[in-house]
Ligand binder design. Structure first.
Ligand SMILES: *[C@@H]1O[C@H](CO)[C@@H](O)[C@H](O)[C@H]1NC(C)=O
Ligand SMILES: *[C@@H]1O[C@H](CO)[C@@H](O)[C@H](O)[C@H]1NC(C)=O
Ligand SMILES: *[C@@H]1O[C@H](CO)[C@@H](O)[C@H](O)[C@H]1NC(C)=O
Ligand SMILES: *[C@@H]1O[C@H](CO)[C@@H](O)[C@H](O)[C@H]1NC(C)=O
Ligand SMILES: *[C@@H]1O[C@H](CO)[C@@H](O)[C@H](O)[C@H]1NC(C)=O
Ligand SMILES: CC(=O)N[C@H]1CO[C@H](CO)[C@@H](O)[C@@H]1O
Length: 256
């Protein structure tokens, strides 16, 4: 009786553990399949090496650039796919490599924006290298939420915008070197955000006010000099003053 219940518990545990394990490895295989499918591979690095027609436990661990936790278990620890001429966007299928801690996609031909939800895709990374891919253009704020990062680089890209603040990583200038227009810690400060619309209104009002005042002053001066000139003409210049004449016009002449 006791033996039976022990063996029942044992068998249940064994089924649970093996299900969890095989679920994990199914996920990791799905991850690599989707990465392979999502990249253009002009030099056939992945095509030549990533052959999925194999059911041996741990077979993916022999793939180029794939490092497993254990060589006989299909569970990805690191992906090192540097300098393979890979082309495409950041592969979302990478979410299924759920035990991965290192990702190196440096010196490839990645393009587009990094996913906004990058911390949900690769939340456990301690090392992320996306350097030297000349068409990566946007850097998402969520990058800062990769809470386990120890090494990181997006140098040599075309990234622009504000560097996110990292929750648990001390960013270095070299991590962001040679980009189009990145700003914020640890690089130069960003420009103050776009002008307050009120500033424009106030400036406009001020310019308008000054212009109006100048016109008023000009009109006042005109009439003052006109009166002065006419008066002067009457008083001590009966012959007429050419300058006053030109200023006062025909009306002024009639009046005199
Ligand atoms: C992939 O590699 C195989 C040989 O391993 C080759 O026959 C096939 O053409 C390659 N596929 C592409 C898309 O280059
Ligand atoms: C499957 O993978 C194992 C481990 O890498 C290897 O020894 C075996 O030759 C492979 N089998 C086939 C049919 O490719
Ligand atoms: C990257 O892509 C560009 C544009 O498609 C191409 O001209 C260039 O040769 C590619 N670079 C590599 C290393 O494959
Ligand atoms: C992860 O793998 C499963 C199959 O195991 C698949 O249905 C799912 O779409 C994959 N997720 C992503 C983000 O690719
Ligand atoms: C922050 O980093 C430390 C050391 O790298 C790590 O032990 C800790 O879990 C991290 N915190 C978070 C919130 O991920
Ligand atoms: C700016 C920069 O270093 N871009 C690199 C991005 O990756 C491609 C492919 O490896 C390189 O050719 C570029 O020099």
């Amino acid at each position: 009786m006791e033996l039976k219940s022990y063996s029942f518990v044992g068998i249940s545990l064994w089924i649970l553990v093996s299900c969890t394990l095989s679920y994990a490895t199914v996920q990791d295989i799905a991850c690599l399949k989707s990465i392979k499918a999502s990249f253009e591979d002009p030099y056939n690095y992945l095509n030549a090496s990533w052959n999925f027609n194999n059911n041996t436990e741990g077979y993916i661990c022999k793939f180029a650039g794939v490092e497993c936790w254990h060589p006989d278990e299909n569970k990805v620890l690191n992906l090192r796919l540097s300098d393979m001429g890979l082309k495409g966007e950041f592969p979302r299928g990478i979410k299924n490599c759920s035990s991965m801690t290192g990702l190196d996609l440096s010196s490839n031909n990645l393009s587009g924006s990094l996913p906004e939800d990058i911390s949900h895709l690769v939340g456990f990374l301690t090392a992320l290298d996306l350097s030297s891919n000349n068409s990566l253009v946007r850097i998402p704020a969520q990058l800062g939420q990769l809470g386990r990062l120890k090494t990181f680089s997006v140098a040599n890209n075309q990234l622009s915008g504000q560097i996110p603040s990292f929750s648990n990583y001390t960013a270095k200038p070299d991590d962001f070197a040679n980009n189009q227009a990145l700003c914020g810690e640890p690089l130069k400060l960003c420009q103050t955000p776009s002008k307050d619309p009120h500033t424009g209104i106030i400036a406009g009002a001020a310019i308008g006010g000054v212009t109006f005042a100048a016109i008023v002053v000009a009109i006042c001066l005109f009439f003052y000099f006109r009166r002065y000139a006419v008066k002067k003409k009457k008083d001590d210049d009966p012959e007429g003053n050419k300058w006053a004449k030109s200023l006062t016009g025909s009306k002024g002449i009639k009046a005199s």
